[in-house]
Every structure is written in structure tokens, then in C-alpha cells.
Design a protein around this ligand. Sequence first.
Ligand SMILES: NC(=O)c1ccc[n+]([C@@H]2O[C@H](COP(=O)([O-])OP(=O)(O)OC[C@H]3O[C@@H](n4cnc5c(N)ncnc54)[C@H](O)[C@@H]3O)[C@@H](O)[C@H]2O)c1
Length: 256
Amino acid sequence: MTSSLARHGVAGHIVVTGGASGIGEATVLALIDEGAAVTILDASDEAVARAEKRLAGEDVLALVCDVTDDDEVAECLSQAVGAFGPITGLVNCAGIARDIPAEKTSAEIFRQILDVNLTGSFITCRATLDQMGDSLAIVNLASASGIRANAGRVAYGASKAGVILMSQVLANEWGASGVRVNVVAPGPVDSPLISDLHTVDDRKRWTGRIPLRRYGRPEEIADAILFLLSPQSSYINGQVLTVDGGFSASGIIAGP
Ligand SMILES: NC(=O)c1ccc[n+]([C@@H]2O[C@H](COP(=O)([O-])OP(=O)(O)OC[C@H]3O[C@@H](n4cnc5c(N)ncnc54)[C@H](O)[C@@H]3O)[C@@H](O)[C@H]2O)c1
């Protein structure tokens, strides 16, 4: 299995939630290239079955698991540790998104998005702490929409802003136990989530506001995630690495 990624020196046993699609899948492929053992936790039976088939023969355990269910997460992590030993890294890619005006966002939709993106990430962080090795690097996925207020993202944006602060509190509380917690905040990335969400018009508007004038690729986000998992970032803790082609750094007047 090969990808175009540079080697980061990430070893050990890494758990990737949402690892059967998009950014999570690209992260899993990059981790395999590094020689790490990987456990995928993903709620989609179909995507997990596809991952199992594609990754047969690799040090990968793919489990159907809903990150909002703390008993299920604890059970899956015990199974993972039985297969590959204590966990040295966790990447929280499991997430859902809706593009819906605030006045049309029901409390149920709001709760569902927070439950998966924010509470689900907290559940896996806490459960992994119980199963960690001598040290643990956690990378949580936020979004440019958790930093800048994009219309249609009242629940999604709130969930991702929550992921940032949750990660910083965990970085503060758990640092002395050998745990680093950092965040990657992507701009729009060509993944199944975005192809379902963005219309042709959305794409035009986004690319007009992104200095690099294109969407990111899942592999480009995986590269940032691997850096934050690796020994190269051993003194980086509680930080947000924005990977958005310059979107969140730019003002309203676009360059050429
Ligand atoms: N693609 C983008 O443009 C973009 C931008 C910013 C942030 N992000 C974030 O990056 C992460 C990955 O996004 P992606 O684009 O790869 O999405 P994706 O839809 O391709 O993959 C997400 C995966 O999460 C899984 N999942 C959903 N709910 C789950 C649950 N309750 N338990 C376990 N697994 C669950 C899905 O089955 C899917 O395999 C998400 O958190 C997303 O919010 C994506």
C-alpha cells in the first residue's frame, strides 16, 4: 500500500474514528505506510466492510462502532487493545454535517450533530485514556466552520467550535499524564461528506474565497494529522492547525 505522503515516524497503535471514508480513510492509508497498526471505528457497516476488503492483509482492525455509544466504544477499544496492544494515538474523524438555516434547524438536528461531532469525540478521548500506552497523541477534527461563522452551519459550526475548546481543556488536564491533544481544522475537502453537501454554486463561492483557489484533498489533511501524531510535534499541545488553503486567514477583498 503506498501513498504520496512523506514519512513522519508514526508508530504504535492508532485508532481512527470515521476511518472508513474520506479524511479518515486517507489517514488510515498514510498510517499503514508508516508501519503503524490501525483500528478503524466507523458507524457505517457498508464502509467498514469495504475497508476490510481493501485493507485485507494489513495490520488493520475495522469495527462497526457508533462513537455516541460509550459502552460500544469501550468494548471496541478493549477488542482493539487485545489485537494490537495499548493505544498510542487517536484521530477523531467521525462526523456529520448539515447545511441548513438556523430557523429551520430543529432541536433534534442540533442535538444529533452535537452528539456525533462533539460528544462522540469526547467519548472516544475519555475511553482511549483508559487504554493508552506510555504516551498518547490525540488529533480531533474541527473545521474552518468552527472558527469562522458560515451561514447554514449553526449546529455544525457550534459542534466544531466545541471540539476546539474541548481539546484545549483536555490538553491542559491530561498533559502531565503524557497526553497531547491537538486539532486539525480543514477548509472544504473533496470527500464523500462534501460531495453530498456542496452544490455547484457553493463550490464556486468557496473557491472564490480560498487563496489557493481549490478544495483540499483528503491526503493533504492526513499529512497534517500525521504531523500532529508524530514525534516531530512532541512539544505541540492544545493547538489548532488550520488546513484551508488560506481561507480563514483572508479578508473580504480577494486576491487575483
Ligand atoms: N470534508 C470536508 O470538507 C471537511 C471540512 C472540515 C471538517 N471536516 C471534518 O472532517 C471529518 C471527516 O470528514 P470527511 O469529509 O472525511 O467525511 P466522510 O463523510 O467522508 O467520513 C465521515 C465518516 O464518519 C463516519 N461516522 C458518522 N457518524 C458516525 C458515528 N456516530 N460513529 C462512528 N462513525 C461515524 C461515517 O460513517 C463516515 O465513514 C469530520 O469530522 C468532518 O466534520 C471535513
